[in-house]
Design a protein around this ligand. Structure first.
Ligand code: FE2
Length: 194
């Protein structure tokens, strides 16, 4: 059985980006729904004893979408909450150096990431990932897409499903993404890179 993790911050701690009402729905209804549907789908199957990442990889390989979509969304949302910070943070020097080497500067990375997150058609996720050789890359992934199936290590993500921003920003996805940069847990992103 998988469990809905608690939010690693108070739900009213970043009202300029996601209101308490948004977290009530996004975490308390949407994410909780994925966990609940995942548990129902795996009950009594071989999946019931697997770790989450194994469930994601196996169900993806078997094209078992009922399990894959809910398992991947559980992973993606848990990862997204851990990527957020109530307070604006500085980018750690090591990470800034790597982003600059790949994208030209931290700001250039943010511009490219913003562009890809904004232009992602329909529902999905934008990711900063690294591969085993340390090559950084921005991925646009639709629906429940997740770097777990690509053998890439996720570093940072934003959920651009409408349910992530509709309460606070209505249809204005670019405004939601602009505020995201004030709430990235850069310390955590740096730890993931190590
Ligand atoms: Fe979401």
């Amino acid at each position: 059985m998988f469990e809905l993790p608690n939010l690693p911050f108070a739900k009213d701690s970043m009202p300029d980006f996601c209101s308490a009402e948004t977290f009530d729905f996004h975490h308390g209804k949407h994410h909780a729904g994925y966990v609940s549907k995942l548990n129902t789908a795996i009950e009594g199957t071989d999946y019931a004893n697997k770790e989450l990442e194994e469930v994601i990889k196996t169900s993806h390989a078997e094209n078992n979408l009922a399990i894959f979509n809910n398992a991947a969304q559980h992973f993606n949302h848990s990862f997204f909450w851990e990527t957020l910070s109530p307070e604006k943070q500085e980018v750690p020097a090591d990470l800034a150096e790597k982003l600059t080497a790949k994208f030209g500067s931290v700001e250039a990375f943010q511009t490219e990431f913003t562009d890809k997150a904004t232009k992602l058609f329909g529902s999905g996720w934008a990711w900063l990932v690294t591969d085993a050789s340390g090559n950084l890359e921005i991925l646009q992934m639709s629906n429940a897409g997740t770097p777990v199936t690509e053998g890439k290590t996720p570093l940072l993500t934003i959920d651009v499903w409408e349910h992530a921003y509709y309460i606070d920003f209505r249809n204005a996805r670019p405004d939601f993404i602009a505020k995201f940069w004030d709430h990235v847990n850069w310390g955590k992103v740096g730890e993931r890179l190590e």
